[in-house]
Design a protein around this ligand. Structure first.
Ligand SMILES: Cc1cc2nc3c(=O)[nH]c(=O)nc-3n(C[C@H](O)[C@H](O)[C@H](O)COP(=O)(O)OP(=O)(O)OC[C@H]3O[C@@H](n4cnc5c(N)ncnc54)[C@H](O)[C@@H]3O)c2cc1C
Length: 510
């Protein structure tokens, strides 16, 4: 077809752009309205680049996929739309879940993939795809070891995070995902794999049979300007791995799933955590799963932007060794170590910005990034008071009720049982009594999107006909199903690395 005719005829892509929603579009596509010829209508006469494998997204999942695809003998390139590589992964808290690790054994912690899977399924309200969740749990120990032995990542602590039955969350030396990402980037450099930043996935290109054979991209793209950069065509001889993360920062898209999550609800994510790549996959008939399960972090502070440092203090001091109260009643209202959804829902239900309280012992032992206490105090995210009375006065809380909540918790600690909320009590926990006392305000922020593209155990993206879309793979937060309704803290890194590696091996094998 010559260019002129093409312009007057409504192309499949144009048609899709005029259609109300991607779901309607994929339904039409799957029904066969678009003949195979029209699928291939966008194939360029000439490709600007030619690779075996194109990985889109430079976080844990994409970088793991690129490493494995390269080691599988493929030529590989990684595309990243932002100016810097790393996505959410490089700003992440650096905690990875693994069951049965040497660090656990050293501390005498008994754990197993079965127990980890049970915890994941319980938090996920059994909406998790069991086969996918099982793979994450079963491969968690080996994957952690891969980061240590193959990448050279160092871990320094083991945490007990909400919803986990035992301590299985391994903390990197700098309390940041950058400890893993920097090693992945170094490995890719060593392997000769290029990361092309400011390069945006515009659309997929398929052959007559629907196989993904390449991409239309924008080179020199400047986020968030959709028309920036130069259009180029990149061929993928073996396939494409979509590792484009979640959509926590895509307000327009997230409110289609949960209308409460309007722009004024902050997010912990980097600005590029948007749904554009996900929507492109929908356009070619990928099956979306569970996108409305959007996680809010209960440890977030309204007194700083994004993730900040407050969550480290909340998790390490308040939720582990202190208590959280509703300022109106002065009472606890949830187990401080329940899963994230239970805690975030409970805070929102109070209708009040809640107050986390920790004493000096807790604050000094809370771990996290270097000089955490000093920094959170400096930023005003955490405040210090000489007495509990002073603390209560500062937040207009009823002192007697707060005192009773503290006393009750101290009694539960002595008795070894939280009679109100069944919270797990740390073995090394001490009564809340040593001044000075610390407080922080807590209000949830959008943190993780559990839903995404349907994949199978080989990380192949599944189409609406429930068959793999040839040449298309997905991993990490871009894929859905592993976590069901709720992702447990530290399980995302494991998921991203497990399925990123699988996607890389699968695509290289063709
Ligand atoms: C602040 C924070 C702390 C966290 N801490 C932890 C933790 O300690 N433990 C844990 O398990 N989980 C944690 N998480 C969750 C975890 O970090 C994420 O789920 C994980 O990083 C997702 O990795 P990914 O590889 O799937 O995607 P990302 O790391 O988000 O990477 C995706 C990349 O794709 C790029 N991209 C998107 N669309 C396009 C496009 N169209 N073209 C080109 N590129 C595109 C994005 O810009 C991004 O760089 C945390 C999350 C946040 C935000």
């Amino acid at each position: 077809m010559d260019q002129k005719k093409k312009e007057t005829k409504l192309t499949r892509r144009d048609f899709m752009k005029t259609t109300a929603g991607a779901t309607a579009v994929v339904g039409i596509a799957a029904s066969g309205l678009f003949p195979a010829e029209s699928m291939a209508a966008n194939i360029p006469k000439k490709w600007d680049y030619n690779q075996d494998v194109i990985v889109i997204g430079s976080g844990f999942a994409g970088l793991a996929a690129a490493i494995e695809a390269k080691n599988g003998g493929a030529s590989v390139v990684v595309l990243e739309k932002m100016r810097l590589a790393g996505g959410n992964s490089i700003i992440n808290g650096g905690v990875i879940a693994a069951a049965g690790s040497p660090m656990q054994e050293q501390k005498g912690i008994k754990d197993s993939p079965e127990l980890m899977l049970k915890d994941m399924m319980k938090a996920g309200l059994d909406l998790n795809y069991p086969d996918l969740a099982q793979m994450v749990a079963e491969q968690s120990k080996e994957t952690l070891q891969w980061t240590i032995d193959y990448l050279g990542v160092k871990y320094v602590a083991l945490l007990h995070m909400g919803g986990h039955t035992v301590s299985r969350s391994h903390m990197t030396y700098n309390s940041s995902g950058s400890a893993i990402v920097s090693k992945q980037l170094a490995k890719l450099k060593e392997l000769g794999v290029k990361i092309k930043t400011q390069t945006y996935l515009e659309s997929f290109i398929q052959d007559k049979k629907g196989r993904v054979i390449g991409l239309k991209i924008r080179e020199g793209y400047k986020f968030p300007n959709a028309s920036s950069g130069k259009i180029k065509y990149m061929k993928a001889n073996k396939g494409v791995v979509l590792a484009t993360g979640g959509f926590s920062r895509d307000v327009a898209f997230r409110i289609t799933q949960d209308p409460k999550l309007v722009a004024k609800v902050d997010s912990t994510n980097q600005p590029g955590a948007t749904a554009d790549a996900f929507k492109e996959a929908l356009r070619i008939g990928a099956t979306p799963v569970q996108q409305s399960w959007i996680q809010l972090g209960p440890w977030a502070s309204p007194d700083e932007k994004g993730f900040g440092l407050g969550p480290h203090f909340a998790s390490g001091a308040v939720f582990t060794y202190g208590i959280m109260v509703d300022p109106k009643t002065g009472k606890r209202f949830v187990s401080e170590l329940a899963d994230r959804k239970v805690r975030a829902d409970a805070i929102i239900k109070t209708g009040n910005i809640c107050i986390g309280i920790a004493d000096d012992v807790a604050a000094q032992n809370c771990g996290g990034p270097p000089k955490l206490l000093e920094k959170v105090l400096e930023r005003g995210v955490v405040k210090k008071y000489n007495t509990l009375q002073e603390l209560c006065a500062a937040y207009d809380m009823p002192y007697q009720d707060v005192k009773e909540s503290v006393d009750n918790y101290n009694t539960y600690l002595k008795d070894g049982e939280d009679k109100e909320f069944g919270r797990f009590l740390q073995k090394d926990a001490k009564p809340i009594e040593k001044a000075p006392f610390y407080a922080m305000r807590l209000w949830p922020k959008v943190h993780h999107t559990m839903g995404g593209l349907q994949i199978n155990k080989k990380a192949e993206v599944i189409g609406l006909d429930q068959k793999p879309i040839k040449g298309l793979y997905a991993a990490g937060e871009a894929a859905g199903g592993v976590h069901g309704a709720v992702r447990l803290g530290s399980c995302a890194v494991t998921d991203c690395l497990v399925f990123g590696r699988i996607a890389g091996k699968s695509v290289a094998a063709g």
